[in-house]
Design a protein around this ligand. Structure first.
Ligand SMILES: Nc1ncnc2c1ncn2[C@@H]1O[C@H](COP(=O)(O)OS(=O)(=O)O)[C@@H](OP(=O)(O)O)[C@H]1O
Ligand SMILES: Nc1ncnc2c1ncn2[C@@H]1O[C@H](COP(=O)(O)OP(=O)(O)O)[C@@H](O)[C@H]1O
Length: 200
């Protein structure tokens, strides 16, 4: 399909963009069950980075599943396609020099491995928000677990669809043991050295 597509060589490189921003660019990928705390934590991390003068952008369900991916369902195939498209968009953002945050359930190991290869290992920080399904169900932020138990949602992750936990994430947060502030600080501490340009 891509046979006759020959990429154009642009003169401004990712390194040029990083230099003008005065920081590195990479992807912070938050994965975990619905209600685990992905959006809450990503939001505060982004605010902190913004205050530090870092150029950021967050991809989440609101700007993706209601927009570019509004044709996709929660079937296994569509979840894979959802994550593939998001990874490609995130890669463009990293190439544009942004610290990109993405908060998606992303339940399949193979899909998360593909993101890592699309954006490259060095640019990928997998953050596993490890909150038990019991706690997510207790929170039931959006009432989805109740609907799943009532059979109104067929393939709810953690209830009637699988979640394959990461084995070696760069960062793992357990929100039942760690406060929001502590979790955010741990992420900021991990990424601060990564923000430094290679020539500094
Ligand atoms: N069946 C089912 N399973 C899981 N989640 C569901 C489902 N149906 C709707 N929702 C809501 O959609 C959000 C998950 O979308 P994602 O794009 O992150 O999912 S996935 O990565 O493609 O699996 C998820 O958002 P978060 O709660 O922010 O995680 C849910 O609110
Ligand atoms: N330590 C914590 N970190 C993050 N969220 C927490 C924590 N403790 C409780 N919560 C609550 O859990 C819920 C997580 O919801 P949300 O961030 O929307 O999850 P997700 O984006 O994974 O679906 C919020 O209501 C949040 O206030």
């Amino acid at each position: 399909m891509c046979k006759n597509i020959i990429p154009h060589n642009y003169q401004i490189s990712i390194e040029d963009r990083r230099q003008s921003n005065q920081h590195n660019s990479f992807l912070l990928w938050f994965t975990g069950l619905s209600g685990s705390g992905k959006s809450t934590i990503a939001n505060v991390v982004e605010q902190k980075l913004h205050q530090m003068g870092v150029k950021t952008f967050t991809l989440d369900g609101d700007n993706i599943r209601k927009g570019i991916n509004k044709d996709l369902t929660f079937s296994p195939e569509d979840r894979t396609e959802n994550i593939r498209r998001i990874a490609e968009v995130a890669n463009l953002m990293v190439n544009a020099g942004l610290v990109t945050l993405a908060a998606f359930v992303s339940p399949y190991k193979k899909d998360r491995a593909s993101i890592r290869s699309i954006v490259k290992d060095v640019n990928f920080v997998e953050i596993y928000i490890n909150t038990s399904v019991e706690e997510c169900e207790r929170r039931d932020v959006k009432g989805l677990y109740k609907k799943a138990r009532a059979g109104e949602i067929k393939n709810m992750t953690g209830i009637s669809a699988p979640y394959e936990a990461p084995e070696n994430p760069e960062i793992e947060i357990n929100t039942e043991e760690e406060s929001l502030d502590v979790a955010v600080q741990r992420i900021i501490d991990y990424i601060t050295p990564k923000l430094k340009l290679n020539n500094e």
